[in-house]
Design a protein around this ligand. Structure first.
Ligand code: KG4
Ligand code: ZN
Length: 352
């Protein structure tokens, strides 16, 4: 079935065309360059970018797929969670196309779409599985019994894992988005496991990452003091960030490596614990942080040691895209689920 997917929940304007789980077109235009100077996504800038580019992105996807709108059998669009103004651009486009071309419409959850990405690459994942979504706004563990049967097992109580990468990169004055930059710097650094907390927070399947971020801040401050580069007792993150470069490249690489090692250790431990608790030996990852090579290796090793079958989408499909939206929308539609033209944007997931 030919599905048109539309994704505008954050800073990527994306449209895809899929045929069952086969990708015919996958167009993504990102406004990330416009947010770099702010160290995070500015909702109004993201929304305006979607308004300006969505027509071009749509045309590009249809051209690449060599498909006319008259052939599309379903329009799937992200309706939650995300920035409401940004989501509304994609939803408005989806409704307009649905109405004008008489095509059924389905609204999908962005987090669950991240997990569905694994099916879009010819992978042989099957239900049930434990799903870990690690993105810029979420760190959520699900028990997924079927395409329409999910249960939230745990989530972050403060910062999301991607957000922690972004904030630590900001503290080190390295730029935005932090994940890929930290990963690159970490590759040249040495891990000191004693530097930052590797504590899994508590016995539940919830996460907390704000403590590790604060311990990075204090570590940078103390190292600056030891080097007589910073004297104040109380310190603001902005001041520390402006001086961080003075620690030198080698030390910054080591901080990046140690931070990345701690956060990926916590993610791995909790995720394996979820598999054990639910007695499910199949695991699926999704979301931007699952593009991290060290995390992929670490969780792969842990999965093998625990007899768990692991499925991770290719890196491109870990990041925001419309392929996963089309895929999940198509699978739900085949189960008889569809949406009315009254669907609207929601800032939170209905599952978290
Ligand atoms: O899933 P995603 O593209 O968008 C959201 O739904 O949020 O995830 C974006 C997040 C950002 O916080 C970014 O820093 C992080 O994923 N990220 C990474 C990597 N690539 C992206 N984190 C760690 N390592 C990476 N290679
Ligand atoms: Zn995402």
């Amino acid at each position: 079935m030919l599905v048109l997917g539309i994704e505008t929940s954050c800073d990527e304007t994306a449209v895809a065309v899929t045929n069952d789980n086969k990708i015919l077109a996958d167009t993504v235009s990102s406004s990330v360059h416009l947010h770099k100077d702010f160290g995070g996504v500015i909702p109004e800038i993201a929304s305006r970018y979607h308004v300006e580019y969505i027509n071009y992105v749509l045309k590009d996807a249809l051209d690449k797929a060599k498909i006319g709108l008259d052939k599309i059998k379903l329009i799937a669009v992200t309706t939650r969670p995300g920035l409401v103004g940004a989501l509304l651009v994609g939803i408005s486009m989806a409704k307009a196309l649905s109405l004008s071309h008489d095509i059924p419409l389905i609204g999908v959850d962005h987090l669950l779409a991240h997990l569905y990405a694994v099916f879009m690459n010819g992978e042989s994942a099957t239900f049930p599985f434990i799903g870990l979504v690690v993105s810029g706004g979420h760190t959520s563990l699900f028990l997924v019994k079927d395409v329409d049967q999910y249960r939230l097992l745990g989530q972050t109580l403060d910062d999301a894992a991607g957000e922690a990468f972004d904030k630590v990169a900001k503290l080190l004055n390295l730029g935005y988005p932090g994940g890929p930059i930290i990963e690159k710097r970490a590759a040249s650094g040495e891990v000191d496991k004693s530097l930052f907390s590797r504590n899994s927070f508590d016995e539940t399947l919830n996460f907390s990452f704000s403590g590790i971020k604060t311990s990075v801040l204090y570590y940078i401050r103390d190292r600056l003091k030891e080097k007589n580069l910073f004297k104040k007792e109380r310190s603001k993150a902005g001041q520390i960030s402006r001086l961080a470069a003075r620690l030198g490249n080698g030390e910054i690489d080591n901080i990046a490596a140690s931070f990345q090692d701690s956060i990926t250790a916590i993610l791995t431990e909790k995720t394996i614990a979820a598999c054990r608790q639910e007695e499910v030996r199949r695991l699926v990852l999704g979301g931007g942080v699952s593009a991290n090579t060290q995390f992929r290796k670490k969780i792969q090793k842990a999965a093998i040691e625990n007899g768990i079958e692991l499925f991770i989408p290719p890196k491109r499909l870990c990041l925001d895209n419309a392929v996963m939206v089309a895929g999940l929308g198509g699978a739900l539609y085949k189960k008889g689920i569809k949406s009315r033209l009254t669907i609207t944007a929601q800032s939170t997931s209905s599952y978290c």
